[in-house]
Every structure is written in structure tokens, then in C-alpha cells.
Write a protein that binds this ligand. Structure first.
Ligand SMILES: Cc1cc2nc3c(=O)[nH]c(=O)nc-3n(C[C@H](O)[C@H](O)[C@H](O)COP(=O)(O)OP(=O)(O)OC[C@H]3O[C@@H](n4cnc5c(N)ncnc54)[C@H](O)[C@@H]3O)c2cc1C
Ligand code: FES
Length: 358
């Protein structure tokens, strides 16, 4: 079924088309060696890594962006995206929540020490600050506070009077990441309002409690069309909030979201194994039910590039030569790339026999 021949190489600069999701990916960045200068425990399952560039040059980044962290674990390089948890110009740090059974987060919590060395790629991402003067509303859940605190601190440094409200959902008081930092910020800035909502608080908790539903979210965030809304947290909470804001008439352009996990597949992944020919290496890999093209290739040891794993950076872009794929939405492919047959290996799966130019 595979038509052999020279793979077509069409290079499309990403600048030519607007990214559907995060825009401005910068796949050309070379990995940058860093050293862990400090490990700061924030809660029982969240730790902040303060990093020092080995070459002494602090990388420029914008509030809300992330780096791809490349760790060597059991002889393999494993990459994960972590948002910066410091304001612009505030050094280099990220805050990582332990996911039970998680490969990288367990490594960070159990094996990293002051002096550990690894590499960063980036920065990437356009979960960026609205540079206007309008009000800002943030909804964060769990570790979703990391890019949010970077944005809030940066916004207040630029305009100490900016009207900002943060609604932060956590399980209990002990799980609130950056509790002291947020208290101190709110003490210094009367224009900042921090509302904690705890799902399992102690009896003595005086603040908001219980689950957030659409009505509560609207009540807490409002729906002013001149406000910019930022959502980062568990997928269900973000979806609920985005729907509630849309239904209240907030324009889509005013709702910014950062996903830590891949969006749910728009199309169900095939339940049958599928064969994929990777033309460059000549290898045929069997994609197992539930796997993406990237997962299948990596499992078989193919050196495929990737970074965010959730359709946001385009590092894993590859061209389909023959066959059909199902691609999750949203993702960052431009219309030109789609038209030229590109897909994202991390977010697509073969729905029949497939040949790709990689
Ligand atoms: C743009 C971006 C920014 C991110 N920023 C941060 C950050 O600042 N802090 C942070 O802690 N994480 C952040 N993440 C998530 C991070 O990249 C990893 O996905 C996370 O640390 C889990 O990796 P792991 O190797 O430990 O788990 P894996 O071994 O990859 O996964 C183990 C299991 O946990 C599930 N899982 C993975 N991630 C999560 C999650 N976040 N919540 C619940 N279940 C999960 C997986 O589906 C899988 O079933 C970010 C992700 C993206 C895409
Ligand atoms: S790895 Fe980032 S889009 Fe696929």
C-alpha cells in the first residue's frame, strides 16, 4: 500500500499563518544547560526548582510562557513542559506538582537535588499578558497557578493599580500553592482580590468552599466584555468556565487558556492496530489502539522530535504522504500547514495504513 519514492519536503515558515492555539512556537531553540540552585517545597506535593543557566546568561521570557525540561531518566531523555512561576525578569523557576505514578514529576520530587544538571528548550507559549489597561480575571486550579502567578506579578509590576481578581480552586488550605506569596501580593496591592475556593476545607475555614459550577464561576469572574479572562487548571474546570463565559457573551478572543494535558480527542482513537511507515528511516511501526503517532514511534525507538505533547508547539510536526489521520483539536497548525498535509504526531493517530515523511 505504501507508494515509495522521495519524500516531498515542503518547508513552511510558521510565521505565514496564525497559530490556532498558542502561536509563535520557536522550534529552533537549542537546549540550554541549567543547574538546580534551590529546591523550595511549596506544599506536600509541589516543589519549586530555582534554576541557574550554566552559561550565566539568564534567558528572556514573557510572563505565562513555559520551557521544555529535558531530564535524563534511566538512560532516556524525557521532556515535559513546565510554566515559569516567576514574573518577567524575576529569575528562572518552575513549580512542579507530583503526579502519582508520573514519570518526570516523580523524578523531580525524588531524585533532583541542588546541583542537579539538565537542559531546557524554549521559552514557548502565548498564554501572555494583555498589555492594555483593562481588568484581568484569573481562574486557576491546583498547579495551574504557576503561569497565573507569573502573569499577576508581572501585571502588578507594570501597573500596581490594575484591577485583578484571582479565583483559585484547591483541595484544602494545605494544598494552596504560593499561599504566603499571594497574601503578601494582596496586602501590597488593594486592586488585587484573591478568592480561594476549597473543595475539602477544614471545618474552621471561613472562605468559599465546595465545587465550582457555571453559575458560581460567572458570579466570581463576571462577564464584562472589556475584561481578559485566563483559565489554567484541570480540564473539566477550564471547560466549564470557558462555556460559562461564552454563554454570558464574553468574546472568545478575551478568554485565554493554558492546558497542561492534551485536549480531549475530537475523534475517538481507533480501536484496531494501524501500520505507520516512517519514510526517512524506512521503519514500519504498529500503532497500538489508543496511541498517538508520536507515542507509537517513540515506543519503537524512533528519534522523533517533540516538546509540549499537547498540540501547542509544533515541534512534532510531520507530513502525511499517504493515508488518513484523526487530529485532535485545538492545535497550533496553520491553515497552510494543514493544506500541505502536515499533522502533529503528538495529537494525531493513524486511522488506517499511513506513510509519513519522517
Ligand atoms: C504548557 C504546559 C505547561 C505545564 N506547566 C506545568 C507546571 O507549571 N507545573 C506542573 O506541575 N505541570 C505542568 N505541566 C504538566 C507537565 O508537563 C507534565 O505533564 C506533568 O508533570 C506530568 O508528567 P509526568 O511525567 O510526571 O506524568 P506522566 O508519566 O506523563 O503521566 C502519568 C499519568 O498522569 C496523567 N497526568 C499527566 N499530567 C497530569 C496533570 N497535570 N494532572 C493530572 N494528571 C496528569 C497522565 O495522563 C498519565 O495518566 C505543563 C504542561 C504543559 C503542556
Ligand atoms: S509536541 Fe508540541 S505540538 Fe506536538
Amino acid at each position: 500500500m505504501f507508494a515509495l519514492g522521495r519524500p516531498r519536503r515542503i518547508l513552511i515558515p510558521r510565521e505565514t499563518g496564525p497559530s490556532k492555539r498558542w502561536g509563535n512556537p520557536q522550534p529552533g531553540h537549542a537546549p540550554r544547560p541549567v543547574r538546580v540552585a534551590e529546591l523550595r517545597r511549596e506544599t506536600a506535593d509541589a516543589v519549586t526548582l530555582v534554576l541557574e543557566p550554566e552559561d550565566g546568561v539568564m534567558p528572556a521570557f514573557r510572563a505565562g510562557q513555559y520551557f521544555t525540561h529535558c531530564f535524563e531518566i534511566d538512560g532516556q531523555v524525557v521532556r515535559r513542559a513546565y510554566s515559569l512561576s516567576v514574573p518577567e525578569g524575576g529569575g528562572l523557576a518552575c513549580t512542579i506538582k507530583l503526579i502519582p505514578g508520573g514519570w518526570v514529576s516523580s523524578h523531580v520530587h525524588e531524585a533532583l537535588q541542588v546541583g542537579s544538571r539538565y537542559r531546557l528548550i524554549g521559552p514557548t507559549g502565548d498564554f501572555l499578558l494583555d498589555e492594555g489597561k483593562g481588568p484581568l480575571r484569573f481562574l486557576a486550579g491546583g498547579s495551574g497557578i504557576t503561569p497565573v502567578i507569573s502573569l499577576i506579578e508581572t501585571a502588578l509590576e507594570r501597573d500596581p493599580q490594575r484591577d485583578i481578581r484571582l479565583v483559585y480552586a484547591s483541595r484544602s488550605e494545605a494544598d494552596i500553592v504560593f499561599d504566603q506569596r499571594l497574601r503578601e501580593l494582596a496586602r501590597r496591592h488593594l486592586s488585587l482580590d484573591v478568592v480561594h475556593v476549597l473543595s475539602q476545607p477544614q471545618d474552621a475555614w471561613q472562605g468559599q468552599r465546595g465545587r465550582l459550577d457555571s453559575q458560581r464561576i460567572r458570579g466570581l469572574l463576571g462577564a464584562d466584555p472589556a475584561t481578559t479572562f485566563y483559565l489554567c487548571g484541570p480540564e473539566g474546570l477550564m471547560q466549564l468556565a470557558a462555556n460559562a463565559l461564552h454563554a454570558a457573551g464574553v468574546p472568545a478572543a478575551r478568554i485565554r487558556q493554558e492546558r497542561f494535558l492534551a485536549a480531549p480527542n475530537a475523534q475517538a482513537r481507533p480501536s484496531e492496530p494501524q501500520e505507520i511507515l516512517f519514510k526517512q528511516s524506512g521503519r514500519v511501526v504498529t500503532q497500538r489502539p489508543g496511541e498517538s503517532i508520536l507515542e507509537a514511534g517513540l515506543r519503537e525507538g524512533l528519534p522523533l522530535p517533540f516538546s509540549c505533547m499537547v498540540g501547542g508547539c509544533a515541534h512534532c510536526k510531520l507530513q502525511v504522504l499517504e493515508g488518513e489521520v484523526a487530529l485532535s483539536e485545538p492545535n497550533c497548525l496553520s491553515p497552510e500547514e494543514r493544506a500541505a498535509g502536515f499533522t502533529l504526531a503528538c495529537s494525531a493517530c493513524a486511522t488506517g495504513p499511513l506513510s509519513v515523511a519522517a
